[in-house]
Design a binder for this molecule. Structure first.
Ligand code: 4AD
Ligand code: MG
Length: 431
């Protein structure tokens, strides 16, 4: 008989099925042994009743420890009170392994204890729900762009130069060619691809040697980056809004059980509907000053500043036109004020802060060359990029959304470390 998954039990009421999984919990009450089994798709209570299975099998079932692996067959009964809504009346059972004493018990553990055992922690209900939501977000992101005529074109991971500032580069020796750097963003390559395909996106691992130990920083994370030829800053903001509305909507639609497991209050997620508020950097600064935060025009917002700004709104807020001095070399200046860059950041509500960074790109050859010099970047490494401004340059825009920060917000987590299956942080590279 073939395996049935717990999330398919509703199709098998009153018939006999085979479940394969792990013991999550067990409770013995006289002639009854209740086993809660998980199989990756859900959990199900399986009832071992001594008169039904016989003395030998019953005794064996009492030896099952947490996380022991087993195959069970029995009849499916509907039971509204049972977790998942079904129960199995066990007829036979094959034990694959009696697990050694499992280090993660239902009692509370310290975060470092759990992080060190991430390979096992993944099995707990909460972590399971988070990674399912992460998967749904990834699928939704791909569906969004694939359904709108975008072509997926990924950039390389080994790159010859910085894209987002030289202070956060991971470097490695690269044969006879000197140093290579792990990518900080595929944007520059996405720009080249946009000139070939019009609308493109890249989606891949991104590396930042961030010295920050905060609840929002990983050294390795995933970024999805659309880039569109002929889009200006406003088109870019429209795209970001549309994109966020779609991906959050997909999680609400398809992952309500997981959100419930996380006890996520979805009120703010239900609000993620266009139009989003759009404010300039200047207006954002005014919000901070009104709250008597000591903030000087021209500085970048820190995590706490973003928290305060985003708490003013009931949905994501787009902040545009940042001082060019604090932004990357490739951003186009505001034609109305040369001190400003045509940049956008999207700040997630509930204090989550920046999840998207993007801009309209500088499309003028001379200005871009000046900027590269001013930022003291190696011109040779950017010759290919400058070619894009020599051969049919056009206005174009794009942005990057950090997957893990988005998962953190959608799931309502306190720390980004739970959003990645095996997070990499300044103080952790294991397991
Ligand atoms: O704002 P950033 O640095 O923008 C870029 O890299 C642009 N080149 C993207 C583009 O226009 N194509 O990074 C984009 C997003 C941030 O908004 C944030 O969500 C995420 O990447 N991010 C991080 N996530 C986790 N840990 C870190 N250390 C992150 N740094 C950035
Ligand atoms: Mg940014």
């Amino acid at each position: 008989m073939s395996q049935t998954y717990i999330n398919e039990l509703s199709n098998h009421i009153d018939s006999t099925v085979v479940l394969k999984g792990w013991v999550y919990n067990s409770t013995n009450k006289g002639k009854l042994n209740f086993l809660v089994i998980r199989d990756g798709t859900g959990i199900c209570q399986c009832v071992v009743f001594k008169p039904n299975v016989g003395e030998e099998l019953f005794q064996k079932s009492l030896t099952l420890t947490q996380e022991s692996s087993i195959i069970i067959s029995g009849k499916v009964k509907e039971d509204k009170r049972a977790p998942g809504g079904f129960e199995i009346d066990v007829a036979s059972m094959e034990i694959i392994q009696i697990a050694l004493e499992y280090p993660i018990s239902p009692k509370e553990h310290g975060i470092e204890f759990l992080a060190e055992r991430r390979h096992l922690w993944l099995r707990s209900a909460r972590q399971h729900a988070i990674l399912r939501i992460r998967h749904e977000l990834i699928r939704a992101m791909r569906d969004f762009f694939d359904g709108r005529g975008f072509t997926l074109i990924d950039g390389p991971i080994f790159t010859p130069a910085a894209c987002e500032g030289t202070s956060t580069l991971f470097e490695t020796e690269y044969f006879d060619l000197g140093k290579a750097y792990l990518t900080q963003s595929s944007q520059l390559y996405a720009e080249a691809a946009a000139m070939a395909h019009g609308k493109v996106y890249s989606f891949g691992p991104t590396f930042r040697a961030e010295k920050s130990k905060t609840r929002r920083h990983l050294t390795e994370f995933w970024m999805i980056e659309p880039e569109v030829a002929f889009n200006d800053l406003n088109d870019n903001m429209d795209l970001a809004e549309d994109f966020l509305e779609y991906i959050v909507g997909r999680v609400l639609k398809n992952k309500s059980a997981e959100l419930q497991t996380l006890e996520r209050d979805t009120k703010f997620l239900q609000n993620v509907k266009r139009p989003f508020p759009r404010i300039s950097y200047d207006e954002a600064v005014k919000i901070l000053l009104k709250k008597e935060i000591a903030f000087e025009w021209g500085n970048d917002f820190g995590g706490t500043d973003e928290t305060i700004i985003s708490q003013e709104f009931d949905r994501p807020v787009l902040v545009h036109r940042y001082p060019s001095a604090i932004k990357a070399f490739y951003m186009k200046r505001d034609p109305e004020n040369d001190k400003l860059a045509l940049a956008i950041d999207v700040l997630a509500p509930e204090g989550y802060g920046e999840i998207i960074g993007g801009s309209q790109r500088e499309d003028d050859l001379t200005k871009l060359e000046e900027r590269i010099k001013k930022h003291k970047l190696p011109m040779e490494a950017f010759n290919w990029y400058l070619d894009l401004r020599k051969y049919g340059t056009v206005p174009h825009s794009g942005f990057g959304l950090g997957l893990e920060r988005t998962v953190s917000w959608v799931c309502g987590l306190e720390h980004i470390r739970e959003t990645s299956p095996f997070p990499r942080m300044i103080n952790r590279i294991t397991p």
